[in-house]
Ligand binder design. Structure first.
Ligand code: AOF
Ligand code: ZN
Length: 372
């Protein structure tokens, strides 16, 4: 095989590894979703793996188990540098060396300070040929949540909104079901499926009483974490999130001076409370996100409402936008997608760059990321 031919094969196998990892998005926290493909010396795929729900076993372990003896002399394609630390599991570098892997192709370095190049060094020291940077951008996109926690101490934040063309999410009287059509709502559920946790403000919870689960059949093996920003625990004890707590964890971002009896009652129902410092009016969201990062959440989907959206935009805490637009116009009587957050001149607006536009039924999903 000549150089360009080999490079094309490498990209094809890495694409397959990325696809394996993508299916585990939302399920592996606090670990990243990693994919691994093992290709025998004669060019046939002999092993496939992805990080298991819950984060372990790692992708390499699964792929090596599937390949068995066929991994001797084979090439391994991994979307993230193999780990070389003994954590909850023995290091993947050791497993790859022991299995007799001859060549490892890595998309992205693991920014975890315990790894960060040391995995690649360990493989090379054992005589394995290592290639880095194959489809690195795609791998970085896939690992963005994990990288965010490691480098910024907080999850990747995607704000999802569903509005009319003029950005209204409800009528003055609060009628909001439904602005977008059924296919768009299904797509929004699929979005939940690729996140570790969903966050809403208490206003939305009191108004809509959502269950916040991911109801697409077979979508995930590990439930979505449901989080409510509710500084003074105004959530009703009869709320759907609480009565459905058996379907998945429910966490509250609360003010650290919230009433003790109220805290005890919520904890008794099985809710996890994350106390935060902050002004009386609301929780300190930057601190809230740090607490979520510490708790292991890497990919957070925020579903409103208007007050939470405004607070996150004001503090520049939104990394990505997933905005569904319905082909309707409500006018100024309706509720805006985000409350005012102090923009006095154009230069003060947070700016986003477009990632994708998808037509879904009669609606449009536009995805953006924060302009770097
Ligand atoms: C890999 N393959 O599939 C994943 C990796 O606590 P542990 O032992 O499970 O290790 C977690 C760390 O391993 C995590 O912080 C990240 O650096 C790496 N994730 N590594 O070789 C995998 N998910
Ligand atoms: Zn590992």
């Amino acid at each position: 095989m000549n150089g360009p031919e080999r490079a094309e094969k490498d990209r094809a196998h890495m694409r397959a590894a990325l696809a394996l990892a993508a299916r585990r998005l939302g399920e592996t926290w606090p670990n990243p979703a990693v994919g691994c493909v093992i290709v025998g010396a004669e060019g046939r795929v002999v092993g496939r793996g992805a990080t298991a729900p819950g984060g372990r076993p790692h992708a390499e372990t699964e792929a090596l188990a599937m390949a068995g003896a066929a991994s001797r002399g084979a090439s391994a394609y991994v979307t993230l540098e193999p780990c070389c630390h003994t954590g909850q599991t023995p290091p993947c570098t050791g497993a790859l060396i022991e299995a007799g892997i001859a060549r490892v192709v890595v998309a992205l370095r693991d920014p975890d300070p315990r790894v960060n190049g040391a995995g690649i060094d360990a493989l090379r020291a054992a005589g394995i040929a290592v290639e880095e940077g194959v489809l690195a951008d795609e791998a970085a996109d896939l690992a963005a949540g994990f990288v965010s926690v490691v480098t910024r101490g907080r999850p990747l934040v995607t704000l999802k909104l569903a509005s009319t063309l003029d950005g209204r999410i409800a009528t003055r009287a609060g009628e909001s079901q439904w602005i977008t059509g059924e296919p768009a709502r299904r797509a929004a559920h699929a979005l939940r499926g690729r996140h570790d946790a969903v966050l809403v403000g208490v206003g939305t919870l009191l108004a809509d009483d959502p269950r916040l689960t991911c109801r697409l059949a077979g979508y995930r093996a590990r439930p979505l974490v449901r989080i409510i920003a509710d500084s003074h625990l105004r959530t009703r004890m009869t709320a759907s999130v609480l009565s459905s707590i058996a379907l998945g964890p429910v966490w509250f971002l609360i003010h650290d001076r919230t009433d003790t009896a109220r805290k005890q009652a919520f904890a008794a129902l099985g809710a996890r409370l994350l106390p935060l410092p902050g002004a009386e009016a609301g929780v300190d969201l930057a601190a809230g996100l740090r607490a979520l990062g510490q708790a292991g959440i890497t990919r957070l989907l925020v579903e409103g409402g208007a007050q939470l959206a405004a607070a996150l935009l004001r503090d520049d805490l939104v990394d990505r936008l997933a905005w569904f637009h319905a082909p309707t116009v409500m006018g100024g009587d309706g509720w805006p997608a985000a409350q005012g957050f102090g923009v006095a001149h154009l230069a003060a607006m947070p700016r986003f760059s477009r990632r994708a536009v998808t037509l879904i039924g009669d609606d449009v999903l536009s995805e953006f990321e924060r302009f770097a």
